[in-house]
Design a protein around this ligand. Structure first.
Ligand code: ZN
Ligand code: ZN
Length: 226
């Protein structure tokens, strides 16, 4: 097992942001790569499991924010993995468009560019996962959904905090009303295990918690803007 065991073949590499490792017969997938330029938490987890990074077949990026993609270039370098992210976020990941962050932050945290081998669209299949486009947090924010096992890697489209589902801080969203709207799209998916970009995995009551978030999100996140 690479990382902390969450479920069969799924390890979590926890931190301010989670990275996940998904192992199945089609290969090893790493979902998001941490804010560490050298992807240190990921490297440590692979070392501990005595698995070389070269075994990584696919790096799945849920969106272009620095805390999720900064380790991608290094991991790709060491593994030659396929890097996949949504087409709308790919130019930022490849360094062709600057990320939306302050100049100072960009100076210290700008992620090293990494070539995107697969530009994804909604409904695409990557190994066992279906790509679900959930724009708002960023234009190309996606979740990766495993329909057979009902597992959802949600990135920042929905996160866990203090036992509740929520959205990340409002000022990180590119289009907050759209991010709230995109929550409706998640309602169509039966989810038994949610693996969010921030917070802990949610095993029970996803639908109920999502309904509660949808009900309170307009006032909690959009209210002050009216
Ligand atoms: Zn984000
Ligand atoms: Zn994040």
């Amino acid at each position: 097992m690479i990382g902390e065991r969450v479920d069969e073949g799924i390890g979590r590499i926890p931190g301010f942001v989670n990275a996940y490792v998904f192992e199945d017969p089609s290969g090893i997938y790493v979902v998001d790569t941490t804010i560490s330029r050298s992807a240190r938490p990921v490297r440590k987890a692979f070392d501990k499991a005595s698995t070389p990074l070269s075994k990584i077949g696919t790096i799945l990026l849920t969106h272009q924010h620095v805390d999720h993609v900064r380790g991608a270039a290094r991991l790709k370098e060491e593994s030659r993995a396929v890097v996949a992210c949504h087409s709308a976020d790919a130019d930022v990941v490849e360094g062709k468009t600057p990320p939306r962050m302050s100049v100072l932050l960009r100076l210290f945290f700008r992620p090293p560019p990494v070539a995107v081998s697969r530009r994804l669209s909604d409904g695409d299949q990557v190994g066992p996962f279906r790509v679900v486009h959930l724009p708002g947090h960023t234009a190309g924010a996606v979740a990766f959904y495993h329909p057979e096992r009902r597992i959802l890697f949600s990135g920042d489209t929905v996160v866990e905090r203090k036992g509740q589902l929520t959205l990340p801080a409002a000022n990180f969203a590119a289009d907050l009303p759209q991010a709230v709207q995109s929550l409706q799209l998640l309602k169509k998916l039966p989810v038994e295990l949610l693996l969010p970009g921030h917070g802990v995995p949610v095993r029970k009551g996803f639908t109920e918690q999502l309904d509660a978030l949808i009900a309170r999100a307009p006032s909690e996140f959009l209210g002050a803007r009216r």
